[in-house]
Write a protein that binds this ligand. Structure first.
Ligand code: SAM
Ligand code: SF4
Length: 473
């Protein structure tokens, strides 16, 4: 029997991509295979995002295409999941009656049951850790700013589709208990729920056995991890538990809320050599009144104290942040204070977004009164400041030797990241995938570094379990 095929289209943040990866594994363990193209699949899944209106608009565009596909091939199953599917998705169901199944973020059990029912005979079980193919929305693939940072709204295109990736994502806490006035996440993803440490250790052990060398622990507020668990473990306890796993070399984590970053977590980052020196702490704005309107729960001064604690406690730490420009009533003077903050802190990376009103949020009741052209100008102003700052920060690395975990081969070059999450490219004839190269930096830009491999880090030299060469590399 020819195996049934699936195609997952994913929009949004890493947590969505991590969920898609998990769903793909579930489907593959039920005998399904990835389809080469969306219109060839038996099961099509849209994993949606609603953080900004533009993401929702893209999903409606995709749904339009699927309507036509369903007309031509009525036997296919279409499922829509992720952030756009709230507790009440009747409106969405009315707009797209040809969708067979809706599922809320990560709640794909019912969809999996349908897949099992759809199999006329028992499905052949394939290796659960096998190849996973997930395509990200093509419209979002080639944004150099995002591709370079690898942690913003979208992941770069190929990494999810590549089997045997040395770097994986693991969601450790779902939902969010805060209520930032602009944000739809708590409405769509519900209350916080942390996964027990033992489950996470099991999952990460499995990933390491499948070739992972690095995991990124994901959560809307990753530094609130564990508060809802018995005994209230925190992120540093999780670092300790994962740190014991042989063969796991690197641990990253995203995203930290400034008001939840405790000294214990800072010490946990500094004290565990497997935890990378990179913290993403979204500030969102540089003006106290705006932060109050956003209901962020800190002031600029408190944020700056945190930056001092991070820089004092974690030698060489790289910092990144998120900024929203043009939210309701943002005056020129208020916006200027965001630019001032960027000049003062000098982040390694800044992800900037224009405010987009989201139905159901507090801010949706306020006038969206900053004109689109002004929002765009402010976005560009942030990008200009950041480009200069990042150029200066990265230039300091010229001639230095950095340790790079090699993640992929792209356009004939090896690609990986430093401990501080800087993207590095180098040329070499050997297969470096999944190895730690020591690279001497020969060229820097605001978004990436280039250099030559000097040698291999002892850690990976002594642990050669060579990942297979990536298909198509
Ligand atoms: N939990 C994280 C935090 O506290 O900052 C951020 C998670 S949110 C899903 C990711 C980013 O999307 C935010 O940092 C914010 O910059 C952006 N974002 C959220 N809502 C937005 C909106 N309505 N308009 C524009 N950007 C938005
Ligand atoms: Fe949204 Fe605020 Fe929760 Fe982050 S902390 S997910 S911005 S509500």
């Amino acid at each position: 029997m020819t195996p049934k095929t699936y195609y997952i289209w994913t929009l949004g943040f890493q947590m969505n991509a991590a969920a898609s990866e998990k769903l793909a594994r579930e489907l593959e363990s039920r005998g399904l295979r990835p389809a080469g193209k969306l219109d060839q699949a038996d099961y099509v899944v849209l994993n949606t995002c609603s953080v900004r209106a533009a993401a929702e608009a893209k999903t409606y565009g995709k749904l339009g295409e699927l309507k036509e596909l369903k007309r031509r091939r009525p036997e296919i199953t279409i499922a829509v999941g992720g952030c756009m599917v709230g507790a009440d998705h009747s409106d969405l169901a009315r707009r797209a009656p040809y969708v067979d199944e809706f599922f809320r973020p990560i709640q794909f059990d019912r969809f999996l049951e349908r897949v099992e029912r759809g199999a006329a005979q028992p499905l052949p079980l394939v290796r659960p850790g096998g190849p996973v193919r997930i395509d990200l929305a093509p419209e979002l693939k080639d944004t150099p700013f995002q591709a370079a940072i690898g942690e913003g709204c979208v992941e770069e295109p190929g990494s999810l589709a590549r089997p045997n990736r040395p770097t994986r994502w693991v969601s450790i806490i779902h939902g969010c208990n805060r209520a930032c006035t602009y944000c739809i996440v708590p409405l769509r993803r519900g209350r916080e729920a942390s996964r027990p440490i033992a489950d996470l250790v099991d999952e990460v052990r499995g990933l390491v056995a499948d070739g992972a060398r690095e995991v990124t622990l994901l959560g809307q507020i990753v530094d609130r991890y564990g508060r809802d668990l018995p005994g209230r473990p925190d992120l540093s306890d999780l670092f300790d538990a994962l740190g014991e796993i042989d063969g796991l070399w690197r641990i990253r984590f995203l995203t930290s809320h400034p008001a939840d970053m405790t000294d214990r977590i800072v010490d946990g980052i500094a004290g565990n050599p497997k935890v990378m020196e990179h913290v993403n702490v979204p500030v969102q704005h540089g003006d106290d009144d705006m932060l109050r309107r956003m209901k962020r729960g800190y002031t600029v001064e408190r944020y700056l104290n945190l930056i001092e604690r991070l820089r004092g406690g974690i030698p060489g730490v790289a910092l990144s942040t998120d900024i929203i420009v043009g939210m309701c009533g943002e005056s020129e003077a208020e916006f200027q204070r965001t630019l001032d903050l960027l000049e003062r802190v000098r982040f390694d990376v800044v992800h900037v977004a224009m405010y987009s009103p989201r139905p159901g949020t507090r801010a949706a009741d306020w006038a969206d009164d900053v004109p689109p052209t002004v929002k765009r100008e402010r976005l560009h102003a942030v990008e200009r400041v950041q480009e200069r700052v990042a150029t200066e920060i990265n230039a300091v690395l010229l001639g230095e030797t950095v340790e790079v975990l090699v993640e992929a081969r792209r356009k004939g070059r090896w690609e990986g990241r430093t401990r501080t999450n800087k993207l590095v490219f180098f040329d070499h004839d050997e297969n470096w995938l999944g190895r730690l190269a020591r690279v001497r930096v020969a060229k820097t830009s605001p978004w990436s570094l280039q250099g030559e491999a000097v040698d291999e880090s002892p850690l990976s030299l002594n642990n050669r379990r060579g990942l297979p060469f990536p298909a198509g590399a």
